[in-house]
Design a protein around this ligand. Structure first.
Ligand SMILES: Nc1ncnc2c1ncn2[C@@H]1O[C@H](COP(=O)(O)OP(=O)(O)OP(=O)(O)O)[C@@H](O)[C@H]1O
Ligand SMILES: [Mg+2]
Length: 393
């Protein structure tokens, strides 16, 4: 086991790539859908898609990195680079190392990574045990199969051995995914790669399988890259999370770091459920003007910016609401109120400067639809981003 180092990775696709090569894209989109998305995309330049646009990433031995980002940002492409399914020959570029080994020119087979995709991709006509052993049969190492399968079944935990003599069609989605994971582990991979492995499962099974995968990774200290567009999953699976946008990593850190201290407006507006409110305004006199009202943040760094366009950011749980006018409060009209009983919260939505803002309030508070109420934003909970979306405060 060793660290994985990615250096200045760049992957470009021509618009007219072979659609067959896109089977790894997990978005469920047809090539035509993909194409209509492409133009206007941030990483579309000179007739090419810069799917990975200069990525550096160090993955420590035994660490699990979650790659989180919206559809089309390059998550699967990153995974394919690590796997060796996309090589870094021109026009692509970059270097990849696994400990002392230079993986840059090494093919997928030699890298011995294990990959689990959204669609389990088990061999349909083989029962689970054969699925697990197929690799060894191919490599004329059949004598190892029994012992390895036995070890892995124990690792996979209760009930796994009962799946061994069934074919994929006699297994539920979750069970197929367990077999697919076992098939990876049995080969003792250098690095474990997951591409949205749980998206086909129902919510309950997703949570359960997630716990099982994470327990396995922890127990065996397997270096992992886990791709998802679901931040709950990223939080659960990743020791650190790389937030991607348009082929670049916008921030790398624990969920907590990313949540409390987002590097820029994209990260702020992507993380959190619902994510941070971002309200257009103008910086002035230590605070932000929004729609004729002033949010006084008493912030030094906003003292000298007279009227620069900015975005005022605040997490839904940090928005204060009052029935009566309060110091520094701004009047707003409630647009909608929604109860979230299981969280013992309600979400109160109102308009501010043309932005729909959400406040998360305790369930027992009374807020009437259409009422005028008063909002404050605590200055220590406020974020400010410049017009180019970089972080100011
Ligand atoms: N073979 C290909 N040919 C041309 N363009 C491609 C190819 N594969 C991916 N792309 C483009 O590269 C970009 C990144 O794709 P990728 O599949 O890595 O996205 P993703 O983050 O995994 O998205 P999703 O969440 O939808 O799976 C997209 O714009 C996609 O359209
Ligand atoms: Mg994908």
């Amino acid at each position: 086991m060793a660290d994985v180092k990615l250096r200045d990775i760049r992957v470009v696709f021509k618009e007219e790539s072979d659609p067959a090569a896109m089977i790894f894209g997990q978005s469920g989109k047809t090539p035509d859908d993909e194409k209509s998305d492409i133009v206007g995309q941030a990483n579309y330049r000179d007739g090419r898609i810069h799917a990975i646009d200069g990525v550096d990433l160090d993955i420590k031995n035994g660490e699990s990195i979650a790659i989180l980002g919206p559809s089309g940002c390059g998550k699967s492409t990153m995974l394919r680079v690590v796997a060796g399914l996309i090589m870094l020959d021109a026009p692509n570029q970059g270097e990849i190392e696994y400990g002392e080994e230079d993986w840059t020119r090494m093919n997928a087979k030699e890298r011995r990574v294990g990959i689990v995709f959204q669609n389990y991709a088990l061999y349909p006509h083989m029962h689970s045990k054969k699925n697990l052993g197929f690799f060894f049969k191919m490599h004329k190492r059949e004598e190892e199969v029994d012992e390895r399968v036995e070890i892995v079944s124990k690792m996979m935990g209760v009930g796994f051995d009962q799946l061994l003599d069934r074919r994929p069609k006699a297994l539920s989605g979750g069970q197929q995914q367990r077999v697919a994971i076992a098939r990876c582990i049995v080969r003792d991979p250098t690095v474990f790669l997951f591409d949205e492995p749980l998206s086909n499962l129902d919510a309950k099974l997703r949570t359960r399988t997630r716990v099982e995968i994470k327990r396995l990774l922890r127990r065996f200290n397997i270096t992992t890259v886990y791709v998802t567009h679901d931040q709950t999953e990223a939080q659960a699976m990743g020791d650190r999370i790389a937030v991607m946008q348009a082929g670049t990593i916008q921030q790398l850190g624990t969920y907590r770091e990313i949540y409390d201290n987002p590097a820029n407006m994209f990260v702020a507006g992507f993380v959190g459920a619902p994510p941070m409110n971002l309200i257009a305004g103008k910086a002035d006199n230590g605070g932000v003007h929004v729609d004729g009202h002033f949010f006084n943040l008493r912030n030094e760094s906003l003292m000298n910016s007279s009227g620069d366009p900015v975005y005022l950011g605040v997490r839904p749980e940090d928005v204060n609401l009052f029935h009566e006018q309060a110091p520094d409060s701004v009047p707003v009209d409630i647009y909608w109120v929604e109860d979230h009983y299981s969280e013992q919260r309600k979400e109160v939505t109102f308009d501010l400067g043309g932005t729909r803002v959400i406040a998360k309030r305790p369930l027992d508070e009374e807020w009437d639809r259409n009422a005028t109420v008063f909002v404050t934003i605590p200055s220590d909970k406020a974020y400010v981003f410049s017009a180019d979306e970089s972080r100011l405060v």
